[in-house]
Design a protein around this ligand. Sequence first.
Ligand SMILES: Cc1cc2nc3c(=O)[nH]c(=O)nc-3n(C[C@H](O)[C@H](O)[C@H](O)COP(=O)(O)OP(=O)(O)OC[C@H]3O[C@@H](n4cnc5c(N)ncnc54)[C@H](O)[C@@H]3O)c2cc1C
Length: 388
Amino acid sequence: MPVSPLDLLALDSLLSDEERDFRDVVRRAVDEHVRPHVAQWFEEGRAPTRELAKQFGALGVLGMHLHGYGCAGASAVAYGLTCLELEAGDSGLRSLVSVQGSLAMFAIWKFGSDAQKDAWLPAMATGDALGCFGLTEPDHGSDPGSMKTRATRDGDEWILHGTKMWITNAPLAEVAVVWARTDEGIRGFVVPMNTPGVTANEIHHKLSLRASSTGEIVLDQVRLPASAQLPLASGLKGPLSCLTEARYGIVWGALGAARECLETAIAYATSREQFGRPIAGFQLTQAKLADMALELQKGYLLALHLGRLADAGKLRPEQVSVGKLNNVREAIAIARQCRTILGANGISLEYPVLRHANNLESVLTYEGTSEVHQLVVGQQLTGISAFS
Ligand SMILES: Cc1cc2nc3c(=O)[nH]c(=O)nc-3n(C[C@H](O)[C@H](O)[C@H](O)COP(=O)(O)OP(=O)(O)OC[C@H]3O[C@@H](n4cnc5c(N)ncnc54)[C@H](O)[C@@H]3O)c2cc1C
């Protein structure tokens, strides 16, 4: 009797009943609202993001690991399992939830004033307001400390000027958390997207994350009240701490894409016949499947270990780098290997495999590229920073 890849080591036994129940609720929601449509969204290059945000909001997953303001205050492991199930549907959906909860909401929750929290967090938790997070610029990605976007004080106001690039959900968002250089260093600002001088342009022609909206934010002498600044964020560690939150979700999420690919490949291999027998019966195919199942389970154990550390309040950013580096790298290797098992069918949107592989190209790059995470780990191992 075949065993599903994550059941091989009975990894479910490491979860509490509550964690399993929550995971199952999210899995059912993805089955109902996402799986039947996602290939079409990917093909058309647009998803019903606003409707999905409201569905996810009703499910309680937007900002689910935060406390208060309508957020669920769930555990890090429950959040991770949610990311896994969402990304098994599509990396674009996990990106929506990551950007909303771990980047935009977390920045306001952690660094914002009471007024900023009251104004935005309850509506963002329900999905009635969409948020985005503007750190990357056209000429500054891995090195955000060199950003050009400037915020200048003018009496009681700030004037923001610059361009942010590759910003998830920017074209749809009601609010952006924008990071800008000031005379005192890098600071964060809560920018309503309908402020005069703010323009968001959709980035077209993507071959990855096509079921997710990505945009450019142009800030042309945008005037904001002094109260728009995030009062508790100072320096680059502000945005970097938000990225640690979101990267943690990716550690889990990437496994969801990999699991979906592996389950698809196993189902295909057991039914597809060549040379008079199922291709799953060939030793070379079984070697591929076995190696992929090993990496998937090792990645899951790593994610769960990081989740338990997070829930104990002991998770460090470099440990998240270990998780993101390993799990995204292995997930993309699994997706590409599964693609070979599906042969020509592997390149079709009839199957989820190449869609996931293409999505994982973005996941490999955003929230710190693999090279950046290698440098973070390398610094821990050697005590020498290769960044500067
Ligand atoms: C679909 C998508 C959605 C995104 N969403 C957001 C978002 O919501 N908000 C946001 O702010 N950003 C977002 N990004 C941007 C993302 O975070 C950046 O693309 C990422 O940080 C890398 O920056 P870059 O593309 O400018 O590449 P670069 O920094 O130019 O890097 C190019 C290559 O050089 C390598 N490299 C750079 N520096 C070093 C070094 N010191 N040593 C060795 N190698 C190095 C990199 O690893 C990479 O391989 C998104 C990107 C994508 C693709």
